[in-house]
Design a protein around this ligand. Sequence first.
Ligand code: CO
Length: 477
Amino acid sequence: MAKPVKIMETVLRDGHQSLCATRMRYSQMEPMLESLDNVGYKALEAWGGATFDTCLRFLDEDPWERLDKLKAKLKKTPIQMLLRGQNLLGYNHYSNDVVEKFVKCASKHGIGVFRIFDALNDVRNLKVAIKAALECPEKPEVQGCLVYTISPVHSNETFVELAKELKEMGCHSICIKDMSGLLAPYVAYDLVTKLKAALGDTPVELHTHCTSGFGHATYIKAMEAGVDIIDCALSPFSSDTSQPCTETIIAMNENSKHEKIDIPIEIVNARDESKKLDRQALTPIAKHFLGVKQELIKEFGLKGYFDVNVNVLDFQIPGGMLSNLANQLKEAGMEDKYQDLLDEMPRVRADAGYPPLVTPSSQIVGTMATFNVMSGERYKMVPNEFKDLVRGKFGRTPVAVDKKFITKTLNIPADQIIEDCSVEDAKAETFEQFKKEIVDKGFLNPTDEDVLSYALFPQVAEEFFRKHYKKIEAYKR
Ligand code: CO
């Protein structure tokens, strides 16, 4: 008996998000959807915060419509989305009814796997989204995430405790979400071994990036330790700051019998585990996406590749954000301060209680570090989001932030420190309030989907509505 491992394919989401600024259009996906559907992937990741935002902001596509079109073509393979718990896809915390409405709506439009995470690993921020997803009549898979990071307070043991909590909350599977590629191969071996021992039958999935160069090796060790699913990207959108390569991983495990490993690993068809995943069937699909990548690089003036940088282990900035930060400095004429910025990141992160760096904490810490470097004086200018992070508005930071830092250095009054973030969430705008806001702007009778798009990205959604007024229900009367 071989150990079966399934692949979750990211070419439609994280692959182009990591290498091509999330610019892939639906029309560029469409020709290969049927072929992708036939491969036998465990799921196809196709939706998330950046895809939603980019659809509205740059690609002139309605993200809900894209999801409908994908669902119509992907009849056998579940569509997966990445959801930031109480943050949904935006940068704020939303009220519970907005979270519930969003999850229900996404499920109705065809999301088959909800991968849910919180940037601070604060389970209070996951409760509402997980419960809502579990209650969807379409019965989607609900996956809880451990947001992986390295710090003096995170260990494989603390991650296992978190995973057990997620399982207790009803999650069907657990994902190790390693957004910056920090998980080293032997650490992955240990973590997966411990998770498998603690979680029983609950499938364990691993998501990594090749930013530090660990990616493929990390998957090998994770597979040896019994990981059930790994996230890979088809070759043109793999490696660098993206996922390990689907075809390479399959090829690596062809004839994996080796005296040093107890059980050979087999990359299997998720719909029929007696069949292996067919590497040859991927060649024409990869060829198509290579062409798409070249188109995107040309149209949007992108670089399309990134150098391996093992120093990511220290500054921990997710791939997509590095280029943004470099740009910000360039625009301010301070390109030479790039290294100072990378050095400042871990210091700011420590001051903020060692949050894992993933949207939105990565942007918040990144912007604070940029301000510190550009102004030449630490915490002279402090963005509100950073104040919110340290005073607990987004949840509990892994380490409690030093009170003196909050009140003295940042001048935040002590009575603004928040112990229970869910109390704050309850004060957030409700679905009906968002709806009233768009109606007041002249978009009469908006659909629930319109309201949700607006709640998540108010300005871009409004612009999108104006442009497409003929297509929007609201303008028909
Ligand atoms: Co990722």
